[in-house]
Design a binder for this molecule. Structure first.
Ligand SMILES: C[S@@+](CC[C@H](N)C(=O)[O-])C[C@H]1O[C@@H](n2cnc3c(N)ncnc32)[C@H](O)[C@@H]1O
Ligand code: SF4
Length: 454
């Protein structure tokens, strides 16, 4: 068997993982093309909204008025601002131009107006809040005073208590000592740090101004405060080497991280120019896949377990917000481009200008899950969680027949564990393909919503 995966020399992973295991996993995927992996997509990405914004809001009002449950839910707030736009980034984020302070104030006012509206719906203000997560962009870019207003608004209008986990995303640069102290005082105990890579050459190419040593020091400092610290790492950046990537993971574990999300560098319209400059367009995905697999094997060998298809966590890292469906929770999302889910209903906000122009809540549109999506949602949630219980495995076999499961097993996307199934590192790479195959499997839906496989 070859040592190289399209130019990636797996020998460099050998001090960390069994390179043969990586090679064998790659060789097992005969029915799947590494270059054609799919992202798991929400319903709004696959079809048009059923309801324009105002009708979506009416629908949500009705649903929430009728919902008397005391189920916990998550709050996600999107902050699209950054000190500059990184060339590699595909997130909805941008640098503010003139009148930065005023724009931040307007945006925070707008978020709080929206939060107040939601809190008046049904019993939402009384339901416990499991997590408040500020994503971006770079929420720490708002500064401590603006963050304090958002936190106060959430506490004043929702049932956030001692059990609520307060989380936000930041760059190392924006996490100044003053910001760390302010966050701690506000109650933040979970940090998502965008590390991307710990190779200084790579960091320079992606415009990170802080060194790897500073990034690691920041992780140690925040871990010492008792925070849960999760980091983002990308496979496929310029100048990245497998040895540097593996060294980086080892250093992160050494520094005490609780969780690692692994991504492949995605190239879309907004970062295509940067990618072209670095000769990354038209690339083979295979070396990135090899890196991803080696990283996944290593994290698993060091005792991390997936609680999401691309997130490896220790025992303290249990509550990452995007696992809300696994916990049977709803997601209240506010802010530009934020998308939320209440029961079977998905809704989404527009881009910045339209969001700021519209009266709150300013939704862009919404759509209920189809009968098929409703039935498949628990199974899809389980796949995305990285494991299927024995019961879910049975449901999968009933619903899609044995052949799909056999295909996943033969291609080593899943392996049996304790009666159920677990996604392998390759399964993490192909999780979106697995969901697409499930959605396309021949299924028969009965009027009551139950389903029989054909
Ligand atoms: C919304 S960003 C926020 C993080 C923070 N602003 C930072 O830059 O460190 C969340 C994560 O998305 C990931 N990301 C950004 N651009 C990406 C791309 N083109 N492909 C894959 N992942 C990307 C990065 O790992 C990043 O940390
Ligand atoms: S990578 Fe982070 S800091 Fe850079 S533009 Fe994207 S969200 Fe902003």
């Amino acid at each position: 068997m070859t040592d190289r995966l399209d130019g990636l020399d797996l020998a460099a992973a050998a001090p960390f993982v069994d390179a043969d295991a990586v090679r064998q996993m790659w060789a097992a995927q005969r029915d799947y093309d590494v270059n054609r992996w799919l992202l798991p997509l929400p319903p709004w990405a696959k079809r048009r909204y059923d309801d324009p914004g105002p009708r979506a809001w009416e629908s949500l009002r009705r649903r929430l008025a009728a919902d008397t449950s005391q189920r916990p839910f998550c709050i996600y707030l999107h902050v699209p601002f950054c000190s500059r736009k990184c060339g590699f980034c595909d997130s909805y984020s941008f640098k503010l131009g003139a009148q930065q302070a005023g724009r931040i104030e307007d945006y925070v006012n707008r978020l709080c107006d929206e939060l107040r509206l939601w809190s008046a719906l049904g019993g939402l203000a009384r339901r416990p809040v499991s997590t408040v997560h500020l994503g971006g962009g770079t929420p720490t870019f708002l500064g401590a005073a603006a963050l304090r207003r958002i936190v106060a608004c959430c506490r004043d209008h929702f049932n956030a208590g001692p059990e609520t986990e307060w989380a936000l995303e930041s760059t190392v640069e924006a996490l100044t000592p003053g910001m760390v102290a302010a966050m701690h005082e506000m109650g933040f105990r979970r940090l998502h740090l965008g590390i991307q890579s710990l190779q200084d050459e790579v960091r320079a190419a992606i415009g990170r101004r802080r060194s790897a040593a500073e990034a690691l020091a920041k992780i140690r400092e925040t871990r010492a405060l008792g925070w849960v610290v999760s980091v983002d790492i990308i496979c496929g950046l310029p100048f990245q080497t497998l040895a540097g990537f593996m060294d980086g993971l080892a250093a992160l574990i050494e520094a005490g991280v609780n969780g690692v999300s692994l991504y492949e560098l995605l190239i879309y319209r907004q970062n295509r120019h940067w990618a072209e400059q670095h000769g990354l367009t038209g690339r083979s995905h295979v070396p990135n896949y090899g890196m991803f697999l080696a990283g996944a094997f290593y994290l698993e060998g060091r005792g991390f377990h997936k609680n999401l298809f691309n997130h490896w966590a220790d025992t303290l890292d249990t509550n990452v917000y995007f696992t809300f469906p696994q916990r049977g929770e709803d997601l209240l999302a506010v802010g530009t481009t934020a998308d939320g889910v209440f029961g079977d209903y998905h809704y989404r906000h527009p881009r910045y200008a339209a969001y700021m122009d519209a009266p709150p809540p300013g939704l862009e549109g919404g759509l209920p899950k189809t009968a098929a999506e409703k039935t498949l949602w628990p199974l899809m949630t389980a796949i995305l969680s990285g494991r299927l219980s024995a019961e879910k495995r049975g449901e999968l076999e009933n619903l899609a027949g044995e052949s799909l499961l056999r295909r996943w097993m033969v291609n080593r996307l899943v392996v049996p564990t304790a009666g159920g199934l677990e996604l392998t590192p390759a399964g993490s790479w192909f999780a979106g393909n697995m969901l697409a195959e499930l959605a396309e499997a021949p299924l028969k839906i009965q009027p009551g919503g139950s389903m029989i496989s054909t």
